[in-house]
Design a protein around this ligand. Structure first.
Ligand code: PEP
Ligand code: MG
Length: 583
C-alpha cells in the first residue's frame, strides 16, 4: 500500500531505493514466557546469536588496518572476552531454563544484574567496563532480531546494495560519520532537526535526506521501495507507478543540473559587479579536505575537530594522534588556510569517553558545559589540543577558532592557555607559527550584542548561525518537536547577523558565516546584501552557492535587503525576500 510521510528536509535531491532498516540501540525488548518444550530451542537461538556476534567481531578484527589505533584492537578483544564470559552466557541460559524467560528478556535481566554489580565497583577502569557489557548485549539483541546494526552496516557486514536508503529511529553523529565510507542513496530518521549534527554530516555526504519523519522506522519495512524527496522532506513508501515515473524524471533533471554546476568550478568567485567572495569549506575529518579542494574551496573555514574525538572508547586522542590529523588536513589543503575549531562537545555531540560526571548528566546539555566551557574546565585536555593545533601550523596556514564564547574572561582565559601552549612547545623545542591567528565563533546572542569585547581581543570572527538561531529563539536544534520554530529568517536572528557583519567590518576584523545558512543558496543574496564576503559551507553546497553569487549585483540587493531588515511581520519579510530573489 502506498503512503507518504512528512518530515524535515535536510539534504537536497531525490533518492529512490530500497529501505534498509537499522535497529535502534535501545534495549526495549519483548517479554514472554517460553513453554517448557521450547526451552532448548530458545537456548539454541541464543547460541546462534552469539555466533553471529563473534563472527562480526572477528571480521572487525581482521579488517583492522595496520595503522589503526591500538585501542581499537583492544576494544574488540574486550568485547570478545565479554561475549564468552560465563557471567553473561551461562547466567542468561540459567534464566531461560529456570524462569522460562525468552532469551531477550533473560539477557536484559542479566545485564541489569551485572550493571548493579558494576555500580558498586570502586576501580574506575572496571566500572567503565559496564558500557562494554551493554554494547555487547546490544549486539546480541540485534543479532537476535536479525536486523543489521549501524556498526554492521559500516563494517561492511551488512548485505548492502547500491540503491539502499537507510531508515533509522535516530543515527548518532558518530555513526553518521562512519557512513562517509559507504555508498547509499539517502537516509530517513524518525528524530532530528534541520541543523542537528547528524543532519549536518548527512548534508556533507551530498545525498538526499529527511529527518524528523515521525514513526518512519516503525511504518517502513525492510526492503520497501521508497522515494526520499530531500527538497521537501517527503518520504513516499511503495509509490504508484506514475509517482515513481515522475520522481525518476525529477531525479534525472537534478543530476543534470549538478553536472552543469561543475562548469563553474574553475571560474573566479565574484559578483556581477566584480566583488570578490571567498568560498571556504566546512569539514569534519582531515580526509574531507579532498572534497573541499575538489569543489574549489579557497580554504577550510571550519574544521569541526570534535568528530576526531568521537568513536574513541574510554579516552581522548593523544597529542600525537591529533597533531597527525590536523597536519593531514593542512597538507591536503596544499597551502590554503585551514581554520581549526577547538573541540565543541556536548548537547547533541556526546563523547563516549566522557562519563556521567561530565555534560551528559547536565539537566540541559545545550545550555551546560559545552564547547569552550568544557575545554576550560579541562585545561590539560585543552592544552593538549592547542599544542597539537599549533604544531600543525608549522606545516601550512592554520587559524584557531574557539566555539561558544560569551564572556570576556572566557576569551582571556583561552588566550592565556594558547600562550601557555606556545610556551610549552618552546620548551620542548617544537616548531609552530608564532603568528597563528585566533578567532571566535559568534553563536551566542550575548556575543553578538557585546561584540566590542571580541573585536578588541581576537583576530577574526565566524558566525555560527546554527547555534545563534538555537539560542536566540530558545529552540533545541536537535528536537523535532520544536523544529517548526527554528527560523533563520526571524527578525531577531537577522538583526544579530547584520549587526555583527557591520560592526566587524567597521573595526576591520574579518568575519565569515560558517553555519548552515552560508550553504543555503536561497539565503545567498540576503547574506551578500548584508555585507558578507566569506562563506564557509560543506563542499557539496559550494557550487550552487557560487552560482547565486555569480548572478548577484550588490547594488541591486541593497534596497530589498534593507526592506527585509526593516520588516517584522512574517508576510513583510517574505514579500521583501521575494523582491530580493528577483533583484
Ligand atoms: C554553528 O553553530 O553554526 C556552527 C557552525 O557550529 P556547530 O554546527 O558545529 O555547532
Ligand atoms: Mg555551533
Amino acid at each position: 500500500m502506498s503512503f507518504s510521510l512528512h518530515g524535515i528536509p535536510v539534504s537536497r535531491g531525490i533518492a529512490i531505493g530500497r529501505a534498509y532498516l537499522i535497529a535502534p540501540a535501545a534495549l526495549d525488548v519483548d517479554h514472554y514466557l517460553v513453554d517448557a518444550p521450547q526451552i532448548e530451542g530458545e537456548i539454541e537461538r541464543f547460541r546462534a546469536a552469539l555466533k553471529v556476534v563473534q563472527a562480526e567481531l572477528d571480521r572487525l578484527s581482521s579488517d583492522l588496518s595496520a595503522d589503526a589505533p591500538s585501542e581499537v584492537g583492544a576494544f574488540i578483544n574486550v568485547h570478545t572476552m565479554i561475549l564468552k564470559d560465563a557471567m553473561l552466557v551461562q547466567e542468561t541460559i540459567d534464566l531461560i531454563r529456570t524462569r522460562r524467560y525468552n532469551v531477550e528478556w533473560a539477557l536484559t535481566e542479566q545485564l541489569e544484574r551485572l550493571s548493579r554489580h558494576f555500580d558498586d565497583i570502586e576501580d574506575e577502569y572496571l566500572r567503565e567496563r559496564k558500557a562494554d557489557v551493554q554494547q555487547v548485549v546490544e549486539r546480541i539483541l540485534k543479532a537476535l532480531a536479525g536486523a543489521p546494526s549501524a556498526a554492521a552496516l559500516v563494517d561492511g557486514n551488512a548485505d548492502a546494495s547500491d540503491d539502499m536508503i537507510v531508515v533509522a529511529h535516530d543515527i548518532s553523529p558518530a555513526d553518521m560519520l562512519q557512513f562517509k565510507t559507504q555508498t547509499f542513496q539517502g537516509f530517513v530518521t524518525d528524530l532530528g532537526g534541520r541543523t542537528s549534527h547528524t543532519a549536518i554530516v548527512a548534508r556533507s555526504l551530498g545525498i538526499p535526506a529527511a529527518v524528523g519523519v515521525a514513526h518512519a522506522s516503525a511504518l517502513i519495512r525492510q526492503d520497501d521501495l521508497i522515494i526520499v524527496d530531500g527538497d521537501h522532506g517527503i518520504v513516499i513508501v511503495d509509490p504508484a507507478p506514475i509517482v515513481l515515473e515522475e520522481y525518476s524524471y525529477r531525479q534525472s533533471e537534478k543530476l543534470l543540473e549538478q553536472k552543469k554546476l561543475q562548469r563553474l568550478k574553475f571560474s573566479p568567485t565574484q559578483t556581477l559587479c566584480g566583488t570578490k567572495i571567498s568560498l571556504l569549506a566546512n569539514i569534519e575529518l582531515p580526509e574531507d579536505s579532498r572534497a573541499a579542494v575538489e569543489a574549489g574551496a579557497v580554504g577550510v573555514g571550519l574544521f569541526r575537530t570534535e568528530f576526531l574525538f568521537m568513536n574513541h572508547k574510554d579516552r581522548l586522542p593523544e597529542e600525537e594522534e591529533q597533531f597527525e590529523a590536523y597536519r593531514r588536513a593542512v597538507e591536503l589543503m596544499g597551502g590554503l588556510p585551514v581554520t581549526i575549531r577547538t573541540i565543541d562537545v556536548g548537547a547533541d555531540k556526546p563523547l563516549d569517553s566522557i562519563g556521567a560526571d561530565g555534560y551528559e548528566s547536565a539537566p540541559n546539555p545545550a545550555l551546560g558545559l559545552r564547547a569552550i566551557r568544557w575545554s576550560l574546565s579541562e585545561p590539560q585536555m585543552f592544552l593538549t589540543q592547542l599544542r597539537a593545533i599549533l604544531r600543525a601550523s608549522a606545516y601550512g596556514q592554520v587559524r584557531i577558532l574557539v566555539p561558544m564564547l560569551a564572556h570576556a574572561q572566557e576569551i582571556d582565559q583561552t588566550l592565556d592557555l594558547i600562550r601557555e601552549a606556545k610556551r610549552q612547545l618552546d620548551d620542548a623545542g617544537l616548531p609552530y607559527d608564532p603568528g597563528v591567528r585566533i578567532g571566535a565563533m559568534i553563536e551566542i546572542p550575548a556575543a553578538a550584542i557585546a561584540l566590542p569585547l571580541f573585536l578588541k581581543r581576537v583576530d577574526f570572527l565566524s558566525i555560527g548561525t546554527n547555534d545563534l538561531i538555537q539560542y536566540t529563539l530558545a529552540i533545541d536544534r536537535a528536537d523535532n518537536a520544536v523544529a517548526h520554530l527554528y527560523d533563520p529568517l526571524h527578525p531577531a536572528v537577522l538583526h544579530l547577523i547584520a549587526f555583527t557583519l557591520r560592526e566587524a567590518k567597521r573595526a576591520g576584523v574579518s568575519v565569515s558565516v560558517c553555519g548552515e545558512m552560508a550553504g543555503d543558496p536561497q539565503l545567498t543574496r540576503l547574506l551578500l546584501g548584508m555585507g558578507l564576503t566569506e562563506f564557509s559551507m560543506h563542499p557539496s553546497q559550494l557550487l550552487v552557492v557560487k552560482q547565486e553569487i555569480l548572478r548577484a549585483n550588490l547594488a541591486a540587493l541593497e534596497k530589498p535587503v534593507a526592506d527585509v531588515l526593516a520588516a517584522f511581520e512574517p508576510e513583510e519579510v517574505q514579500a521583501a525576500l521575494k523582491r530580493l530573489s528577483q533583484a
